[in-house]
Design a protein around this ligand. Structure first.
Ligand code: ADP
Ligand code: ASP
Ligand code: MG
Length: 441
Protein backbone atom coordinates (compact mmCIF):
# COMPACT_ATOMS: atom_id res chain seq x y z
CA UNK A 1 0.00 0.00 0.00
CA UNK A 2 1.17 3.51 -0.83
CA UNK A 3 0.16 6.69 0.95
CA UNK A 4 0.48 9.69 -1.38
CA UNK A 5 0.56 13.28 -0.19
CA UNK A 6 0.05 16.20 -2.56
CA UNK A 7 1.05 19.67 -1.40
CA UNK A 8 -0.64 23.02 -2.02
CA UNK A 9 0.75 23.73 -5.47
CA UNK A 10 -0.04 20.17 -6.60
CA UNK A 11 -3.73 20.88 -5.97
CA UNK A 12 -3.67 24.66 -6.51
CA UNK A 13 -5.37 24.80 -9.92
CA UNK A 14 -7.58 22.54 -12.01
CA UNK A 15 -4.61 21.50 -14.16
CA UNK A 16 -2.50 20.75 -11.11
CA UNK A 17 -5.34 18.71 -9.64
CA UNK A 18 -5.67 16.78 -12.89
CA UNK A 19 -1.94 16.00 -12.93
CA UNK A 20 -2.10 14.81 -9.35
CA UNK A 21 -5.23 12.76 -9.99
CA UNK A 22 -3.59 10.99 -12.93
CA UNK A 23 -0.64 10.10 -10.73
CA UNK A 24 -3.07 8.49 -8.28
CA UNK A 25 -4.80 6.66 -11.13
CA UNK A 26 -1.53 5.17 -12.39
CA UNK A 27 -0.99 2.80 -9.49
CA UNK A 28 -3.79 0.89 -7.80
CA UNK A 29 -1.68 0.65 -4.64
CA UNK A 30 -2.15 4.37 -4.01
CA UNK A 31 -5.02 3.86 -1.63
CA UNK A 32 -4.77 6.71 0.83
CA UNK A 33 -4.39 10.20 -0.58
CA UNK A 34 -3.61 13.09 1.74
CA UNK A 35 -3.73 16.66 0.45
CA UNK A 36 -3.06 20.20 1.64
CA UNK A 37 -5.14 23.30 1.12
CA UNK A 38 -4.89 24.88 -2.34
CA UNK A 39 -1.73 27.00 -2.42
CA UNK A 40 -2.18 30.39 -0.81
CA UNK A 41 -5.31 29.43 1.09
CA UNK A 42 -3.76 28.72 4.49
CA UNK A 43 -1.88 32.03 4.26
CA UNK A 44 -5.18 33.75 3.47
CA UNK A 45 -6.88 32.09 6.44
CA UNK A 46 -4.03 33.13 8.71
CA UNK A 47 -4.43 36.71 7.45
CA UNK A 48 -8.14 36.56 8.39
CA UNK A 49 -7.35 35.93 12.05
CA UNK A 50 -6.07 39.47 12.49
CA UNK A 51 -8.62 41.24 14.73
CA UNK A 52 -7.64 44.62 13.26
CA UNK A 53 -8.45 43.63 9.68
CA UNK A 54 -10.87 46.17 8.16
CA UNK A 55 -13.97 44.89 6.40
CA UNK A 56 -12.70 45.74 2.89
CA UNK A 57 -9.54 43.69 3.33
CA UNK A 58 -11.51 40.89 4.92
CA UNK A 59 -13.88 40.76 1.93
CA UNK A 60 -10.95 40.88 -0.48
CA UNK A 61 -9.38 37.84 1.15
CA UNK A 62 -12.67 35.95 1.27
CA UNK A 63 -13.34 36.67 -2.38
CA UNK A 64 -9.86 35.51 -3.29
CA UNK A 65 -10.47 32.20 -1.52
CA UNK A 66 -13.84 31.83 -3.23
CA UNK A 67 -12.46 32.68 -6.67
CA UNK A 68 -9.52 30.30 -6.37
CA UNK A 69 -11.84 27.40 -5.65
CA UNK A 70 -14.51 28.31 -8.18
CA UNK A 71 -11.91 28.47 -10.93
CA UNK A 72 -11.34 24.79 -10.26
CA UNK A 73 -14.98 23.84 -9.76
CA UNK A 74 -15.95 25.55 -13.04
CA UNK A 75 -13.74 23.15 -14.98
CA UNK A 76 -15.16 19.97 -13.48
CA UNK A 77 -17.66 17.96 -15.52
CA UNK A 78 -20.06 17.36 -12.64
CA UNK A 79 -20.34 20.48 -10.54
CA UNK A 80 -23.58 20.31 -8.64
CA UNK A 81 -22.44 18.41 -5.57
CA UNK A 82 -19.09 20.18 -5.15
CA UNK A 83 -20.69 23.58 -5.60
CA UNK A 84 -23.01 22.72 -2.75
CA UNK A 85 -20.22 21.31 -0.59
CA UNK A 86 -18.01 24.32 -1.21
CA UNK A 87 -20.80 26.85 -0.55
CA UNK A 88 -21.60 25.13 2.71
CA UNK A 89 -17.99 25.34 3.89
CA UNK A 90 -17.70 28.93 2.68
CA UNK A 91 -20.78 30.00 4.68
CA UNK A 92 -19.45 28.17 7.73
CA UNK A 93 -16.19 30.05 7.31
CA UNK A 94 -18.03 33.38 7.22
CA UNK A 95 -20.04 32.47 10.30
CA UNK A 96 -16.89 31.39 12.07
CA UNK A 97 -15.29 34.77 11.40
CA UNK A 98 -18.21 36.49 13.12
CA UNK A 99 -17.77 34.52 16.31
CA UNK A 100 -16.26 36.02 19.42
CA UNK A 101 -13.35 34.71 21.46
CA UNK A 102 -10.51 34.47 18.99
CA UNK A 103 -8.48 31.96 20.94
CA UNK A 104 -6.20 29.21 19.66
CA UNK A 105 -9.08 26.79 19.31
CA UNK A 106 -10.88 29.32 17.12
CA UNK A 107 -7.77 29.76 14.99
CA UNK A 108 -7.31 26.05 14.35
CA UNK A 109 -10.91 25.72 13.26
CA UNK A 110 -10.31 28.69 10.94
CA UNK A 111 -7.20 27.13 9.38
CA UNK A 112 -9.00 23.82 8.83
CA UNK A 113 -11.26 25.30 6.15
CA UNK A 114 -8.41 25.23 3.61
CA UNK A 115 -7.96 21.46 3.67
CA UNK A 116 -11.69 20.81 3.97
CA UNK A 117 -12.36 22.90 0.85
CA UNK A 118 -9.55 21.42 -1.26
CA UNK A 119 -10.53 17.82 -0.46
CA UNK A 120 -14.21 18.42 -1.25
CA UNK A 121 -13.18 19.47 -4.75
CA UNK A 122 -10.30 17.07 -5.37
CA UNK A 123 -12.51 14.09 -4.63
CA UNK A 124 -14.53 15.02 -7.72
CA UNK A 125 -11.44 15.52 -9.89
CA UNK A 126 -10.27 12.07 -8.78
CA UNK A 127 -13.61 10.56 -9.77
CA UNK A 128 -13.49 12.23 -13.17
CA UNK A 129 -10.02 10.71 -13.62
CA UNK A 130 -11.40 7.27 -12.91
CA UNK A 131 -10.45 6.98 -9.24
CA UNK A 132 -13.47 6.26 -7.12
CA UNK A 133 -12.18 7.75 -3.89
CA UNK A 134 -14.14 8.15 -0.70
CA UNK A 135 -13.87 11.48 1.15
CA UNK A 136 -12.68 10.94 4.68
CA UNK A 137 -12.70 13.49 7.50
CA UNK A 138 -9.13 13.35 8.87
CA UNK A 139 -10.42 14.50 12.25
CA UNK A 140 -11.98 11.07 12.79
CA UNK A 141 -8.54 9.47 12.69
CA UNK A 142 -5.90 12.10 13.42
CA UNK A 143 -6.44 12.26 17.17
CA UNK A 144 -4.23 14.79 18.96
CA UNK A 145 -3.80 16.54 22.29
CA UNK A 146 -5.35 19.99 22.76
CA UNK A 147 -2.17 21.87 21.86
CA UNK A 148 -3.91 24.05 19.32
CA UNK A 149 -1.61 25.38 16.61
CA UNK A 150 0.95 22.64 17.20
CA UNK A 151 -1.04 19.67 18.39
CA UNK A 152 0.76 16.45 19.25
CA UNK A 153 -0.66 13.33 17.59
CA UNK A 154 -1.85 10.50 19.79
CA UNK A 155 0.08 7.50 18.46
CA UNK A 156 -2.11 5.02 20.30
CA UNK A 157 -5.44 6.31 19.04
CA UNK A 158 -4.51 6.97 15.40
CA UNK A 159 -3.97 3.31 14.30
CA UNK A 160 -7.13 2.24 16.15
CA UNK A 161 -9.20 4.90 14.43
CA UNK A 162 -7.59 4.09 11.08
CA UNK A 163 -8.57 0.44 11.47
CA UNK A 164 -12.12 1.52 12.22
CA UNK A 165 -12.57 3.97 9.34
CA UNK A 166 -10.30 2.62 6.57
CA UNK A 167 -11.04 -0.58 4.65
CA UNK A 168 -8.12 -2.12 2.80
CA UNK A 169 -9.84 -2.50 -0.58
CA UNK A 170 -11.01 1.11 -0.97
CA UNK A 171 -9.32 4.36 -2.01
CA UNK A 172 -9.63 7.31 0.37
CA UNK A 173 -8.97 11.01 0.10
CA UNK A 174 -8.35 12.93 3.30
CA UNK A 175 -6.90 16.18 4.68
CA UNK A 176 -3.39 16.76 5.89
CA UNK A 177 -2.58 19.24 8.68
CA UNK A 178 -5.83 18.88 10.66
CA UNK A 179 -6.92 16.61 13.48
CA UNK A 180 -9.10 16.71 16.55
CA UNK A 181 -8.69 16.41 20.30
CA UNK A 182 -10.66 14.18 22.67
CA UNK A 183 -13.41 16.79 22.93
CA UNK A 184 -13.84 16.79 19.17
CA UNK A 185 -12.37 20.29 18.69
CA UNK A 186 -10.40 20.76 15.48
CA UNK A 187 -6.63 20.98 15.93
CA UNK A 188 -3.70 21.52 13.54
CA UNK A 189 -0.18 20.09 13.48
CA UNK A 190 1.72 23.32 12.73
CA UNK A 191 2.40 25.03 9.39
CA UNK A 192 3.48 22.64 6.67
CA UNK A 193 2.04 19.78 8.75
CA UNK A 194 0.44 17.83 5.90
CA UNK A 195 3.67 15.93 5.33
CA UNK A 196 3.61 14.84 8.95
CA UNK A 197 -0.08 13.86 8.69
CA UNK A 198 0.68 11.71 5.67
CA UNK A 199 3.53 9.96 7.49
CA UNK A 200 1.28 9.28 10.48
CA UNK A 201 -1.42 7.90 8.20
CA UNK A 202 1.16 5.73 6.44
CA UNK A 203 2.24 4.34 9.78
CA UNK A 204 -1.34 3.78 10.92
CA UNK A 205 -2.32 1.79 7.83
CA UNK A 206 1.06 -0.02 7.71
CA UNK A 207 1.90 1.34 4.27
CA UNK A 208 5.15 0.30 2.62
CA UNK A 209 5.73 3.56 0.81
CA UNK A 210 5.05 7.21 1.59
CA UNK A 211 5.13 9.54 -1.39
CA UNK A 212 5.46 13.29 -0.96
CA UNK A 213 4.43 14.97 -4.22
CA UNK A 214 5.46 18.59 -4.37
CA UNK A 215 6.51 21.33 -6.80
CA UNK A 216 10.19 20.37 -7.07
CA UNK A 217 11.68 17.10 -8.28
CA UNK A 218 12.79 15.87 -4.88
CA UNK A 219 15.05 17.03 -2.10
CA UNK A 220 17.73 19.34 -3.49
CA UNK A 221 21.21 20.24 -2.32
CA UNK A 222 19.68 23.53 -1.20
CA UNK A 223 16.44 25.43 -1.84
CA UNK A 224 16.32 25.58 -5.67
CA UNK A 225 14.34 28.79 -5.45
CA UNK A 226 17.28 30.43 -3.74
CA UNK A 227 20.14 28.76 -5.65
CA UNK A 228 19.32 27.79 -9.25
CA UNK A 229 22.46 25.58 -9.38
CA UNK A 230 21.04 23.33 -6.64
CA UNK A 231 20.79 19.70 -7.75
CA UNK A 232 18.21 17.05 -6.89
CA UNK A 233 19.54 14.31 -4.61
CA UNK A 234 18.78 10.74 -5.79
CA UNK A 235 19.16 9.12 -2.42
CA UNK A 236 19.56 10.55 1.06
CA UNK A 237 19.58 8.90 4.48
CA UNK A 238 16.85 9.44 7.05
CA UNK A 239 19.35 11.10 9.37
CA UNK A 240 20.44 13.63 6.78
CA UNK A 241 16.91 14.33 5.52
CA UNK A 242 15.67 14.79 9.08
CA UNK A 243 18.39 17.35 9.78
CA UNK A 244 17.70 19.11 6.51
CA UNK A 245 14.01 19.48 7.28
CA UNK A 246 14.65 20.62 10.84
CA UNK A 247 17.13 23.23 9.65
CA UNK A 248 14.87 24.87 7.12
CA UNK A 249 14.49 22.59 4.10
CA UNK A 250 10.82 23.42 3.74
CA UNK A 251 10.30 20.50 1.36
CA UNK A 252 9.48 18.27 4.35
CA UNK A 253 7.87 19.16 7.67
CA UNK A 254 10.49 18.45 10.37
CA UNK A 255 8.48 15.69 12.08
CA UNK A 256 7.62 13.80 8.86
CA UNK A 257 10.39 11.26 9.06
CA UNK A 258 9.81 10.20 12.66
CA UNK A 259 6.96 7.78 11.84
CA UNK A 260 8.74 6.61 8.69
CA UNK A 261 11.92 5.73 10.60
CA UNK A 262 9.97 4.13 13.45
CA UNK A 263 7.92 1.97 11.13
CA UNK A 264 10.42 1.39 8.36
CA UNK A 265 8.43 3.09 5.60
CA UNK A 266 10.24 4.03 2.40
CA UNK A 267 9.82 7.71 1.54
CA UNK A 268 9.95 9.22 -1.92
CA UNK A 269 9.82 12.94 -2.65
CA UNK A 270 8.94 13.85 -6.24
CA UNK A 271 7.39 16.50 -8.43
CA UNK A 272 3.75 16.20 -9.45
CA UNK A 273 4.63 18.28 -12.52
CA UNK A 274 7.32 15.82 -13.59
CA UNK A 275 6.12 12.53 -12.10
CA UNK A 276 8.40 10.34 -14.18
CA UNK A 277 11.56 11.81 -12.74
CA UNK A 278 12.67 9.55 -9.94
CA UNK A 279 12.90 12.28 -7.31
CA UNK A 280 14.56 11.51 -4.00
CA UNK A 281 14.46 8.25 -2.09
CA UNK A 282 14.95 8.52 1.63
CA UNK A 283 16.60 5.39 2.94
CA UNK A 284 18.26 4.00 6.05
CA UNK A 285 21.67 3.54 4.42
CA UNK A 286 22.85 5.13 1.24
CA UNK A 287 25.71 3.88 -0.93
CA UNK A 288 27.16 7.34 -1.14
CA UNK A 289 27.38 9.30 2.06
CA UNK A 290 29.28 12.51 1.25
CA UNK A 291 30.61 14.75 3.99
CA UNK A 292 28.52 17.68 2.72
CA UNK A 293 25.24 16.71 1.10
CA UNK A 294 23.14 19.85 1.38
CA UNK A 295 22.93 23.37 2.77
CA UNK A 296 19.88 24.83 4.45
CA UNK A 297 18.70 28.23 5.58
CA UNK A 298 16.24 29.17 8.28
CA UNK A 299 15.34 32.82 8.72
CA UNK A 300 13.89 34.74 11.67
CA UNK A 301 15.95 33.13 14.35
CA UNK A 302 16.29 34.56 17.82
CA UNK A 303 19.31 34.25 20.05
CA UNK A 304 18.67 34.18 23.77
CA UNK A 305 21.75 34.65 25.92
CA UNK A 306 21.70 34.25 29.67
CA UNK A 307 24.54 35.18 31.92
CA UNK A 308 25.08 34.47 35.59
CA UNK A 309 28.04 34.25 37.93
CA UNK A 310 25.98 31.66 39.76
CA UNK A 311 27.09 29.24 37.03
CA UNK A 312 30.73 29.43 38.00
CA UNK A 313 31.69 26.07 39.48
CA UNK A 314 28.07 25.42 40.41
CA UNK A 315 25.71 22.68 39.44
CA UNK A 316 22.06 22.84 38.53
CA UNK A 317 22.02 26.14 36.64
CA UNK A 318 21.21 24.63 33.26
CA UNK A 319 18.51 22.49 34.86
CA UNK A 320 16.94 25.63 36.32
CA UNK A 321 17.10 27.43 32.98
CA UNK A 322 15.57 24.57 31.01
CA UNK A 323 12.87 24.05 33.61
CA UNK A 324 11.59 27.57 32.98
CA UNK A 325 11.73 27.08 29.20
CA UNK A 326 10.03 23.70 29.42
CA UNK A 327 7.29 25.10 31.65
CA UNK A 328 6.48 27.63 28.91
CA UNK A 329 6.74 24.96 26.20
CA UNK A 330 9.63 26.76 24.53
CA UNK A 331 11.46 24.40 22.25
CA UNK A 332 15.16 25.14 22.12
CA UNK A 333 17.08 24.38 18.95
CA UNK A 334 20.77 24.87 19.57
CA UNK A 335 22.80 25.57 22.66
CA UNK A 336 26.35 26.69 23.35
CA UNK A 337 27.68 27.42 26.79
CA UNK A 338 30.68 28.95 28.45
CA UNK A 339 31.48 29.00 32.14
CA UNK A 340 29.14 31.91 32.92
CA UNK A 341 26.89 32.25 29.85
CA UNK A 342 24.54 30.12 27.80
CA UNK A 343 23.28 30.98 24.32
CA UNK A 344 20.22 29.34 22.82
CA UNK A 345 18.62 29.66 19.43
CA UNK A 346 14.86 29.75 19.03
CA UNK A 347 12.75 29.59 15.88
CA UNK A 348 10.55 32.68 15.93
CA UNK A 349 9.54 32.66 12.23
CA UNK A 350 5.80 33.19 11.74
CA UNK A 351 5.55 30.15 9.49
CA UNK A 352 7.71 27.88 11.63
CA UNK A 353 6.14 24.51 12.27
CA UNK A 354 7.30 24.95 15.85
CA UNK A 355 7.06 28.69 16.35
CA UNK A 356 8.39 30.05 19.62
CA UNK A 357 7.26 33.19 21.42
CA UNK A 358 9.29 34.69 24.21
CA UNK A 359 6.80 36.47 26.42
CA UNK A 360 7.46 39.04 29.12
CA UNK A 361 6.44 36.40 31.63
CA UNK A 362 9.23 34.07 30.51
CA UNK A 363 11.76 36.88 30.63
CA UNK A 364 10.66 37.90 34.11
CA UNK A 365 11.05 34.34 35.38
CA UNK A 366 14.52 34.04 33.88
CA UNK A 367 15.58 37.43 35.24
CA UNK A 368 14.97 36.15 38.75
CA UNK A 369 18.21 34.20 38.53
CA UNK A 370 20.22 35.52 35.57
CA UNK A 371 20.75 38.38 33.16
CA UNK A 372 18.95 37.84 29.87
CA UNK A 373 19.59 39.27 26.44
CA UNK A 374 17.34 38.68 23.42
CA UNK A 375 18.68 39.39 19.94
CA UNK A 376 16.50 39.01 16.86
CA UNK A 377 16.94 38.87 13.11
CA UNK A 378 19.40 36.09 12.55
CA UNK A 379 19.57 33.46 9.85
CA UNK A 380 20.62 29.93 10.67
CA UNK A 381 22.77 28.28 8.01
CA UNK A 382 23.37 24.53 8.26
CA UNK A 383 25.66 22.18 6.35
CA UNK A 384 24.11 18.73 6.29
CA UNK A 385 26.12 15.59 5.60
CA UNK A 386 27.94 12.68 7.18
CA UNK A 387 30.81 12.07 9.59
CA UNK A 388 31.15 15.80 10.05
CA UNK A 389 32.35 15.54 13.61
CA UNK A 390 35.35 13.42 12.60
CA UNK A 391 36.29 15.07 9.29
CA UNK A 392 39.36 17.27 9.57
CA UNK A 393 39.52 20.64 7.96
CA UNK A 394 35.86 21.20 7.32
CA UNK A 395 35.42 23.91 9.95
CA UNK A 396 38.61 25.56 8.75
CA UNK A 397 37.47 25.61 5.12
CA UNK A 398 34.03 26.83 6.06
CA UNK A 399 34.90 29.62 8.42
CA UNK A 400 37.96 30.60 6.42
CA UNK A 401 35.84 31.37 3.39
CA UNK A 402 33.39 33.29 5.58
CA UNK A 403 36.06 35.45 7.19
CA UNK A 404 34.27 38.64 6.16
CA UNK A 405 31.05 37.73 7.90
CA UNK A 406 30.23 38.01 11.54
CA UNK A 407 29.50 34.46 12.67
CA UNK A 408 27.50 35.00 15.81
CA UNK A 409 27.06 31.43 17.03
CA UNK A 410 28.38 28.01 16.02
CA UNK A 411 27.25 24.46 16.72
CA UNK A 412 29.69 21.78 15.66
CA UNK A 413 30.64 18.41 17.06
CA UNK A 414 27.38 17.31 18.63
CA UNK A 415 26.03 15.79 15.43
CA UNK A 416 27.68 13.72 12.73
CA UNK A 417 25.18 15.16 10.31
CA UNK A 418 25.45 18.91 10.66
CA UNK A 419 27.45 22.04 11.33
CA UNK A 420 25.41 25.17 11.79
CA UNK A 421 25.89 28.81 12.58
CA UNK A 422 24.07 32.13 12.83
CA UNK A 423 24.67 35.15 10.64
CA UNK A 424 22.83 38.47 10.48
CA UNK A 425 19.50 38.17 8.67
CA UNK A 426 20.42 40.20 5.59
CA UNK A 427 23.44 38.04 4.79
CA UNK A 428 21.92 34.54 5.12
CA UNK A 429 21.07 34.02 1.45
CA UNK A 430 24.42 35.27 0.25
CA UNK A 431 26.21 32.96 2.68
CA UNK A 432 24.17 29.95 1.53
CA UNK A 433 25.02 30.67 -2.11
CA UNK A 434 28.73 30.91 -1.33
CA UNK A 435 28.82 27.83 0.86
CA UNK A 436 26.83 25.84 -1.72
CA UNK A 437 29.23 26.86 -4.46
CA UNK A 438 32.29 25.89 -2.45
CA UNK A 439 31.11 22.56 -1.02
CA UNK A 440 28.66 21.32 -3.65
CA UNK A 441 29.41 23.19 -6.85
P1 ADP B 1 4.15 21.66 -0.66
O1 ADP B 1 3.08 22.66 -0.79
O2 ADP B 1 4.17 20.65 -1.76
O3 ADP B 1 4.20 21.05 0.71
P2 ADP B 1 6.33 23.40 0.07
O4 ADP B 1 6.31 24.77 -0.52
O5 ADP B 1 5.93 23.23 1.48
O6 ADP B 1 5.50 22.45 -0.90
O7 ADP B 1 7.79 22.77 -0.11
C1 ADP B 1 8.41 22.76 -1.37
C2 ADP B 1 9.39 23.92 -1.47
O8 ADP B 1 10.44 23.72 -0.54
C3 ADP B 1 10.10 24.04 -2.79
O9 ADP B 1 9.36 24.78 -3.72
C4 ADP B 1 11.42 24.72 -2.41
O10 ADP B 1 11.40 26.09 -2.71
C5 ADP B 1 11.50 24.57 -0.90
N1 ADP B 1 12.75 23.97 -0.46
C6 ADP B 1 13.54 24.45 0.54
N2 ADP B 1 14.62 23.70 0.68
C7 ADP B 1 14.56 22.71 -0.23
C8 ADP B 1 15.42 21.61 -0.57
N3 ADP B 1 16.55 21.38 0.07
N4 ADP B 1 15.00 20.78 -1.56
C9 ADP B 1 13.86 21.00 -2.22
N5 ADP B 1 13.02 22.02 -1.95
C10 ADP B 1 13.36 22.87 -0.96
N1 ASP C 1 -1.96 23.96 4.45
C1 ASP C 1 -1.04 23.91 5.57
C2 ASP C 1 -0.02 25.03 5.49
O1 ASP C 1 0.01 25.78 4.53
C3 ASP C 1 -0.38 22.58 5.72
C4 ASP C 1 0.54 22.17 4.60
O2 ASP C 1 0.49 22.76 3.51
O3 ASP C 1 1.30 21.22 4.79
O4 ASP C 1 0.74 25.19 6.41
MG1 MG D 1 4.92 21.76 2.60
Amino acid sequence: MIVSKFGGTSVGTFDAMQHSASIVAEDANRKLIVISATSGTTNDLVALENPELDSTSKEEILLRIEKRHFEIIDQCKEQEQIRRDFQELYSELREHLDQFGRDKRWKDRLYSFGELMSTKIFVQVLRETGVDAEWLDAREIMKTDSGFGQAIPDMKQIPKKAAKFIQPDKVYLTQGFIGSDIFGSTTTLGRGGSDYSAALFAEAVKAEILEIWTDVAGVYTTDPRLVPEAKPIDEITFDEAAELSVFGGKVLHPATLKPAIRSNIKVRVASSKEPHKQGTLIVTRSEQEPVVRAISLRKDQTLLTVHSLEMLHQHGFLAKLFTVLAKHKISVDLVTTSEVSVSLTLDTAAKASNKVEITEEVLAELREFCEVEVENNFSLVALIGNKMEVTSGIAGDLFGMLRDYNIRFVCHGASANNICFLVKEGTGEEVVKKVHKKFIG
